[in-house]
Ligand binder design. Structure first.
Ligand SMILES: Cc1cc2nc3c(=O)[nH]c(=O)nc-3n(C[C@H](O)[C@H](O)[C@H](O)COP(=O)(O)OP(=O)(O)OC[C@H]3O[C@@H](n4cnc5c(N)ncnc54)[C@H](O)[C@@H]3O)c2cc1C
Length: 319
């Protein structure tokens, strides 16, 4: 619960733009999720820093999100403050680097990932095509180490600027970022709160190092990749992309779910996509509970048949 004093404080900063009890189903690609106590979209980096400071002083829980394309929010929603980047921190700039002819493309965390891919193509810069078709923002892509079979953020990122919990900003080089499969963990930051659960640096921007190339060739490659993607993924129905991480070796999660005979399996309004078995789709006004029940059924069936534990790639959040 947000007390009336805190509500007044949010109003004093955001006016009518602050939303209370905002349904997260309107802000996630899954189109499910109950209300967030507070939902705000800071418009400047200063407003973001002021907000974090005030939220921390009031000891409120907070969660920074980007496009909400990798989230499953529970039906009871989120107790605390959801902070959405996008209105601020969405600039893209490019400069030469001193490293082997590489060009640095710096993108604000709130910029859409597809914008940076398109920008790179028009500038004749190679390296971002792997991310074509991945929805969401740069901040979300860095946090998730988003990628495909052709590459991932880890392969092109050089550094990130973050806002640390105590209000300082810090540039962190790639060597100090611990990327794993669809995951970034914070490795080398020295900060008093690092060990607490509250340690949640906010990504402000990412610097990507790309190699000059031929824009016509890049565009052709992009068209081919997008075409293949369209054929193999159910892009028209609400989902959060691949629901499970692929096991480290052997068959992919999608292949295992398919072999288990679960393609097309439905619980309530949630369904295993008949096109791509690793996509759970919201085919008919699913609740988060429907999706979670289907997730458990898939995990139990795959475990029984193949003795493999599927780990979720989608972040499950909320009360
Ligand atoms: C149709 C579809 C296809 C997809 N295909 C792919 C694919 O091919 N490959 C792939 O990797 N993913 C894919 N995804 C999943 C998703 O798009 C990616 O994980 C994406 O990078 C998430 O970005 P986002 O901005 O939506 O992050 P969100 O879903 O908003 O957030 C994801 C996580 O990052 C954190 N976060 C977000 N921004 C920040 C920030 N600035 N600072 C700190 N933490 C932050 C959030 O708290 C959350 O934990 C797909 C999703 C859909 C719906």
């Amino acid at each position: 619960m947000i007390d009336s004093d805190s509500k007044k404080w949010f109003k004093s900063i955001f006016g009518n733009a602050v939303k209370f009890d905002e349904p997260m189903s309107e802000h996630t690609s899954f189109r499910v999720g109950g209300p967030a106590d507070v939902y705000i979209t800071p418009e400047t980096p200063e407003e973001l820093a002021e907000t974090i400071n005030g939220v921390r002083q009031r000891k409120l829980n907070y969660l920074v999100i980007g496009g909400g394309t990798n989230l499953l929010v529970s039906d009871s929603g989120i107790r605390g403050v959801v902070i959405v980047l996008g209105k601020c921190l969405n600039k893209i700039t490019h400069t030469a680097t001193e490293k082997e002819n590489l060009v640095a493309l710096t993108a604000g965390a709130g910029a859409k990932l597809h914008r940076i891919c398109r920008f790179a193509i028009t500038q004749g810069l190679q390296g971002m095509n792997f991310a074509l078709g991945i929805p969401g923002t740069v901040g979300g892509a860095v946090m998730m180490n988003a990628g495909t079979a052709s590459g991932s953020v880890e392969g092109v990122i050089d550094s990130v600027n973050v806002l640390l919990p105590e209000g300082r900003t810090r540039k962190i080089q790639k060597k100090d970022l611990n990327f794993e499969y669809r995951k970034l963990s914070w490795n080398m930051i020295n900060c008093a709160e690092k060990k607490s659960d509250f340690f949640k640096p906010i990504i402000l921007d990412g610097e990507f190092h790309l190699r000059p190339s031929d824009p016509v060739k890049l565009k052709k490659e992009a068209e081919h990749m997008l075409k293949t993607r369209k054929k193999t993924q159910p892009a028209n129905l609400p989902s959060a992309g691949c629901f499970f991480k692929n096991p480290m070796s052997g068959k992919t999660a999608g292949e295992l779910i398919d072999l288990a005979g679960l393609k097309g399996k439905k619980i309530g309004g949630a369904e295993v996509s008949p096109i791509h078995a690793n996509f759970i789709i919201n085919s008919d006004r699913a609740s988060a509970a429907d999706i979670l029940a289907l997730k458990s059924l898939i995990q139990e069936t795959v475990s029984e048949l193949f003795d493999i534990d599927l780990e979720t790639e989608v972040k499950i959040i909320g009360e």
